[in-house]
Design a protein around this ligand. Structure first.
Ligand code: ZN
Length: 453
């Protein structure tokens, strides 16, 4: 038996411990409302520091503000100061919207039918638990690494990372520099026939906030013709947005892989809509993803206006969410908006970048290592990876900006139905099988890339 095989066996004998660590982390409500003071990430960091110290692994905490620490752990038995691989995750969780709809305590860490329930159980404390346990299991077997391995779990991921990875990038950029990083934001299985495909998160769409101001002229509502009602301009703008025909673009590498899913013709911008329809029944998640990855979207999300119920509103503000593809820059967005609103002179707008689109190349040593590690972890000959661009965004944009090739891969087990995860929703959960497969995958990946001995 090789020492890696023995380590993987050690994961199987540590399942109770893995589940307990996950439960303990879920039971610390590190809720991030986006309004300071919030997050309470330090409590998670302190718990982990104590846990790791018992294993002889030191931790470092860095924070912009009290209570909002970021956790940094360098694997102690390493010959090199240079970091080859970063294990990434975050410690904050989104709030619980409607507790009465939950069947489990949101911060109880309950176990039922092979799953751990609770806010953050999936996003992102499962990945964090697996990465921690991968380090612990290697350390217990006194595994030495030739190359550096670092774990970073950030604060504030759920509200833009200004206390987390964003702050680290500005204030401690060297910590984020490595050859490779592995984070959330990918790694869900898609089974087709006998083959198992996994979406590897190689990039993220951009997100902008569009602030529109619609002008009118106030008057008493009893004589409305004396004014100009801004609501009617809002109506025109909403109609235009609803009927917006975005340019269809299939240049992301993702589209080259659709023929693995029973799509025989090559995808073109002419037939992509038809293919999205075809996929809808058989593989709905791939269908939605194909739609999101083939166009820019504009979605109205907030409307504010009017001051009094008997006054004609003079001003209405409309906020929209815009998602762009990696090659659609600010100039492109402005051109699209100018064209869309060209007939309405009462509209003024501003755009604000929340996250710029970002990506890492697909053909890398890290991709091959993930494929190998996860195949071994779930006991199949070979899983196939497909480069996917996320419609949302994660902290990966910060490490990619630091020059680190970063992929999203959560290491989920194929028997763990992704539809049960309910990330950010009611009864969020993770299959225990995924906690185990992810721990094995992270361990194998580190052992392989960092050259364990
Ligand atoms: Zn997350």
């Amino acid at each position: 038996m090789t020492s890696l095989e023995r380590l993987i066996e050690n994961v199987d004998t540590s399942i109770e411990e893995i589940v307990k660590l996950e439960q303990d982390l879920v039971r610390i409500p590190s809720v991030n409302t986006g309004i300071m003071p919030t997050g309470n990430e330090t409590e998670v960091c302190n718990y982990i520091s104590k846990f790791m110290e018992n294993e002889g692994i030191g931790t470092k905490l860095l924070s912009r503000d009290y209570g909002r620490d970021n956790l940094i752990i360098d694997y102690p038995l390493s010959d090199s100061k240079d970091c080859k691989l970063i294990f990434m995750s975050h410690t904050d969780v989104v709030p619980v919207e409607n507790e009465s709809k939950w069947n489990y305590e949101p911060f109880g860490g309950d176990i039922s039918s092979g799953r751990v329930y609770g806010r953050g159980s999936n996003d992102c404390k499962a990945l964090l638990t697996s990465q921690l346990m991968a380090m612990v299991i290697m350390k217990r077997s006194k595994i030495k690494l030739n190359n550096g391995l670092r774990l970073i779990s950030g604060a504030d991921e759920e509200h833009g990372g200004r206390w987390g990875f964003g702050w680290l990038l500005e204030n401690h950029p060297n910590i984020l520099k490595a050859e490779y990083a592995i984070n959330e934001g990918g790694g869900t299985p898609v089974e087709v026939g006998d083959s198992i495909y996994y979406l590897l998160g190689t990039g993220e769409k951009g997100r902008l906030e569009l602030n529109l101001e619609l002008k009118g002229e106030s008057a008493h509502a009893s004589l409305p013709w004396l004014g100009t009602n801004a609501s009617y301009n809002l109506l025109k703008v909403l109609n235009l947005i609803q009927n917006y025909q975005p340019e269809l673009n299939i240049s992301l590498p993702f589209f080259k892989y659709l023929n693995h899913f029973g799509i025989e013709e090559n995808v073109t911008s002419e037939n992509v809509e038809k293919i999205i329809e075809l996929l809808k029944k058989k593989l709905p998640r791939l269908s939605y993803l194909s739609k999101a990855l083939s166009r820019m979207t504009i979605t109205p999300t907030i409307i504010n206006g009017g001051v009094k119920s008997n006054s004609v509103p003079e001003q209405i503000k409309l906020i929209c969410d815009i998602r762009t593809l990696p090659f659609q820059d600010e100039k492109y967005v402005i051109k699209e908006l100018d064209e869309l609103f060209s007939d309405i002179k009462e509209v003024k707008y501003e755009i604000d970048y929340m996250s710029v689109p970002n990506y890492s190349p697909f053909e890398t040593e890290l991709k091959d290592a993930i494929s190998k590690a996860h195949s071994k972890s779930i006991g199949v000959e070979e899983i196939k990876l497909i480069p996917s661009t996320s419609n949302g965004f994660t902290d990966s944009r910060f490490t990619r900006n630091a020059g680190t090739i970063t992929y999203g891969f959560s290491g989920a087990h194929p028997n763990d139905d992704p539809m049960l995860a309910n990330v950010h929703g009611t009864d969020e959960s993770i299959g225990i099988s995924s906690l185990v497969s992810c721990t094995k995958t992270m361990l194998t990946l580190a052992y392989d890339l960092c050259e364990g001995k």
